[in-house]
Design a protein around this ligand. Structure first.
Ligand code: WTA
Length: 649
């Protein structure tokens, strides 16, 4: 690691930065040594209705895990994203919306955003939705997605966004889990050449729920113009609902610890869990990290090319940039539609200064050599960002040279749905970069590396990444299951938050993320639980048993490799393999669809009946000559059959 290339802070970044390296170091030390003073000061970046007097109250001790920040303050998130900017920025663009098809676009100013948020908030109140109610949002990347989040925040309703690529059943289970009263959706979503019938999916989801359906109303945005089945008394068109509503709506005063949103994410076991974030600490974190990590300054055009269905969209398309009064690009489509030049063309078109995207998108463009950047003027860019998975040095260099023309620092931001915002990340004016390293902790973050027994490791080391104390933006609980929260994150290593990620630390104290060490997959930056996919597979009539593992994949980072033992009497065939892939697409989402399916008479198990995934991972990665000890297997011949018929050769 010591031979790693170092990219010093550039003169251009230094000239405009909020923070130099000395300032970062000094502030970081203060944030760790005097967290109360530090956060008392930085919490004031928000407008509070009732200022807080308490700052931090948290414990990571199993059985008593709790996290509270600013807990006697009150505020409203939508007020902080909208109202407070109006005096100076009413006519400033909040979003340059770029549609799926080139040429389809719309600019939304802060005033327009405010007006529409107030109208939707009033409309939701007229449907009986208020503080504490849950609202499921199932929308494409259109301005109404941001409007919907903010309208919920305005009236104190708790939003739960479900990615528009998820199936009716995935949507339905998330609706039931948090007891949503309302769904906000659209007729259809467009992504590349693909359409998804969101309203039909919603009807299916609610239909399947039967008596368990908690939803009273469905608000439908007319986006594509497709006909929908209107359920009288339940469905209401977004434009009809808003038409009669005034463009003013009093924001609901919320306690700092009142929930802002729930976002479902996959873990290593069981069904997806509802990660719960609250209002005050999350908003401080979203706005502060957005400002410093992206060095955001008035006049910049900032583009986070994520989807609002994931946490990156929540924090870095909606809450962070809007809290800072930023101008953002919001993009409906995909990087490769209508062709690989799309990203560069959008950068050129809106003169984007900051581009934040995922390694999987970079690799998809890189696969076409330099075609993706030819013919576009990218000179407006001064900063690039990366998120979602470790960025391999090859992709880092391509991004740096081809997109950034060697001039733009890359902020490789490590974080999770649970952490609310970036935790380990370079700051452009402060941090010398090493390709592939997320570098150093943000203020208030105390990362550490432990071995498998939980011993803290010093200096240069490799192990499991933990966090030793709370920060304002962290999740507060798993919705409806605090015990699961404690068990998932705090029971592996005593008194520490376990991230599920492996990491190394080098001689400069830089962190290098090495990927998940649990049964969570990261496919094209999408987080998927192997248990979730397995339980979907075994629900198929042809399948007796299934095991899912990840394997290295050039474009996706990780691919999904499935080992299946069929039911007695079932003959595996290409058609059946296809049908199983289709099944997973339909039951969960296209993003969960297996890349490789290997049929086998049996799966390798210990004598106590536990599937030995370690072995399956090796076979999937084509590393079967280093299987390690297989003497504990009930039937070692199973492994030979698997190796012989492996698919990733
Ligand atoms: C991975 C996305 C390396 C990591 C914000 C984490 C990363 C999981 C990085 C969370 C990065 C995210 N370098 N790995 N810069 N960013 N990850 O919840 O494994 O969808 O635990 O949040 O993505 O995924 P999630």
């Amino acid at each position: 690691m010591s031979h790693q290339q170092l990219y010093p802070v550039t003169q251009a970044a230094l000239a405009r930065t909020y923070l130099t390296n000395e300032q970062y170091l000094q502030m970081y030390q203060q944030s760790i040594k005097e967290p109360e003073q530090f956060w008392a000061e930085h919490g004031r970046r928000l407008d509070w209705i009732t200022p807080y007097t308490k700052v931090k109250d948290s414990s990571f001790e199993l059985g008593n895990v709790h996290v509270n920040w600013f807990s006697d303050g009150t505020l409203n998130a939508s007020y902080n994203c909208l109202d407070r900017h109006l005096p100076a920025k009413a006519n400033q663009v909040a979003y340059f919306w770029e549609g799926d098809e080139p040429g389809v676009q719309k600019a939304v100013t802060y005033q327009e955003l405010y007006d529409e948020v107030c109208q939707l908030a009033n409309g939701m109140r007229s449907l009986g939705v208020g503080k504490g109610d849950k609202v499921t949002i199932y929308l494409p990347m259109i301005p109404q997605a941001a409007v919907a989040l903010l309208a919920c925040a305005r009236i104190g309703a708790v939003h739960s966004v479900v990615f528009a690529g998820f199936s009716p059943d995935a949507l339905g289970s998330r609706i039931v889990d948090c007891d949503s009263k309302l769904v906000i959706t659209a007729d259809q979503a467009l992504r590349g050449a693909r359409t998804t019938a969101l309203k039909d999916n919603t009807d299916l989801a609610l239909g399947h729920l039967g008596a368990a359906n908690p939803v009273k109303h469905v608000i439908v945005v007319k986006h594509v113009g497709q006909n929908i089945d209107e359920h009288a008394g339940r469905d209401v068109w977004y434009h009809d609902l808003l038409a009669a509503q005034p463009k003013h709506c009093e924001p609901e005063p919320m306690n700092a610890e009142d929930p802002l949103f729930i976002l479902y994410t996959s873990g290593s076991t069981g069904k997806p869990k509802g990660v719960l974030h609250t209002t005050g600490g999350y908003m401080v974190w979203a706005s502060m990290t957005h400002q410093y990590v992206f060095d955001y300054q008035d006049g910049d055009v900032y583009w986070c090319a994520a989807d609002v269905g994931w946490v990156t969209g929540h924090t870095y398309i909606v809450y962070g940039p809007l809290a800072n009064g930023a101008t953002s690009v919001m993009f409906e489509g995909v990087p490769t539609y209508p062709n690989v030049k799309r990203i560069a063309q959008i950068v050129d078109k809106y003169q984007v200064n900051v581009l934040y995207t995922a390694p999987t998108a970079i690799r998809a463009l890189m696969a076409h050599g330099t075609a993706a950047v030819e013919g576009a003027n990218l000179s407006s860019l001064h900063l690039l960002g990366s998120v979602g998975e470790p960025i391999n040095p090859e992709a880092w260099h391509w991004y740096h040279e081809q997109v950034g023309k060697g001039q733009c620092p890359i902020v490789d931001t490590w974080w999770q749905t649970e952490t609310g915002g970036a935790l380990i990340t370079p700051l452009p004016g402060a941090t010398a970069l090493k390709p592939g390293s997320a570098t150093r902790p943000f203020f208030g973050v105390i990362p550490a590396i432990v071995d498998n027994e939980g011993n803290l490791l010093d200096g240069t080391c490799e192990g499991n990444l933990v966090l030793l104390d709370s920060w304002p933006g962290m999740m507060r609980t798993v919705f409806g299951d605090h015990d699961r929260f404690e068990q998932t994150y705090f029971s592996t290593y005593k008194g520490m938050y376990f991230t599920g990620d492996g990491a190394k630390r080098d001689e400069d104290g830089y962190y290098w993320l090495t990927g998940r060490v649990d049964d969570v997959l990261n496919v094209s930056g999408h987080r998927l639980g192997t248990a979730e996919i397995e339980s979907c597979l075994v629900a198929h009539e042809a399948i007796a048993e299934a095991a899912v593992v990840g394997y290295p994949h050039d474009l996706k980072g990780q691919g999904i490799y499935v080992f299946i033992a069929p039911r007695v009497g079932v003959e595996p065939s290409d058609d059946l393999t296809k049908a199983v892939k289709e099944w997973v697409r339909r039951e969960i989402s296209p993003i969960a669809s297996p890349d490789l399916i290997q049929w086998a008479p049996g799966l390798p198990k210990t004598r106590s009946g536990k599937i030995m995934r370690r072995i399956l991972r090796k076979i999937a990665a084509n590393e079967h000559d280093s299987l390690g000890d297989i003497s504990t297997l009930a039937d070692p011949s199973v492994v030979e059959h698997l190796i012989e018929n492996r698919l990733n050769k």
